[in-house]
Structures are given as structure tokens and as C-alpha cells.
Unconditional design. Structure first.
Length: 162
């Protein structure tokens, strides 16, 4: 009887240790659409459907645009310079890649005025900051076919969209 209790207690202990190990491993993995290093965490969502792009941007952009909803979080106490130019969108479907478009890069002035309200402007980031990045990409793409590359003062990181 005492031996059975010891064995049951040992089994429960081993199960608890295994569960803790699994949670520790899971805690180290970044969430989907997120990447980080010691200096910066990037959270992003790619929006490719034209209706969703129009809704997020607040204006109709037309075909061939991808909007990335971006949130950057500095991991240290010092300000970190971040610019839309630090980001490149890559298509794994056709190999196309391109940098973020400036909000004044659209032909229609109404579109330009609408986009400037939500665009990620960057600067010396001290606290979590968010905004939209606009990219031109040819063809109908799904978010899972895209990746976002950051190459700036915080290093180089690549994020694959889910």
C-alpha cells in the first residue's frame, strides 16, 4: 500500500515536471505574426483582401495593394529609431519584394489625405507604437504567402505571416 502511494506520488511529480517543461518551451516561442530580439518586438498583420484593405486604410486603394498593420515595441529603456523604410514585404508566391510606400506616393490627393491619418510614421520610438504600412504587390496574394523583413538599428528580423 505504501509502495503504491509512493509510485502514484512519483507519477504525479513527473507529470508536473513534464507539464512545466512544455509550458517553458511554449513560452519561448513567439506568437504568430510576431518576431523579437533583445532590442525590439514587431507584431504585424498582413491584409490582402481588397475590401479589408479599404476598410483598414479608410479609403479605396484599388487592386495590387497590401496593407500591413504594424505594432513595434522597444524592449529597452533607450529610444530606438524606426522608419517605414526599414521594412520590406516579400512574396513567396512570385518572389516580388518592395519597400513601404510613402503616404504621399498615391496619385489621388484624397487617398493621400486619408492614408496620412493611419500611416506608421516611425521616429525615435520609446513606447509601443502602431500604424499602417502600404505596399504594392502584383497578383492575388494570401497573407500566408507573404513575409515582412525588418532591417534597421535593432538588427535584422524576418516575420512570416500566418
Amino acid at each position: 500500500m505504501a509502495r503504491e502511494r509512493k509510485q502514484a506520488a512519483l507519477t504525479r511529480l513527473l507529470a508536473g515536471v513534464a507539464a512545466c517543461a512544455i509550458f517553458a518551451i511554449a513560452a519561448d516561442k513567439p506568437l504568430p505574426n510576431q518576431v523579437e530580439n533583445r532590442k525590439l518586438r514587431i507584431e504585424a498583420t498582413a491584409i490582402t483582401e481588397i475590401k479589408a484593405v479599404t476598410q483598414e486604410a479608410g479609403v479605396h486603394l484599388g487592386m495590387g495593394y497590401v496593407v500591413v498593420k504594424l505594432r513595434v515595441i522597444p524592449m529597452g529603456p533607450d529610444p530606438l529609431p524606426i522608419s517605414p523604410d526599414d521594412f520590406t514585404l516579400v512574396s513567396r508566391k512570385n518572389g516580388e519584394k518592395g519597400g513601404a510606400l510613402p503616404p504621399d506616393g498615391f496619385v489621388n490627393p484624397e487617398v493621400t489625405a486619408g492614408l496620412q491619418k493611419k500611416v506608421f510614421v516611425g521616429g525615435e520610438i520609446k513606447e509601443p507604437t502602431e500604424g499602417l504600412l502600404y505596399f504594392m504587390m502584383e497578383g492575388k496574394l494570401k497573407p500566408s504567402q507573404l513575409g515582412l523583413i525588418y532591417a534597421g538599428k535593432a538588427g535584422r528580423m524576418a516575420l512570416d505571416f500566418k
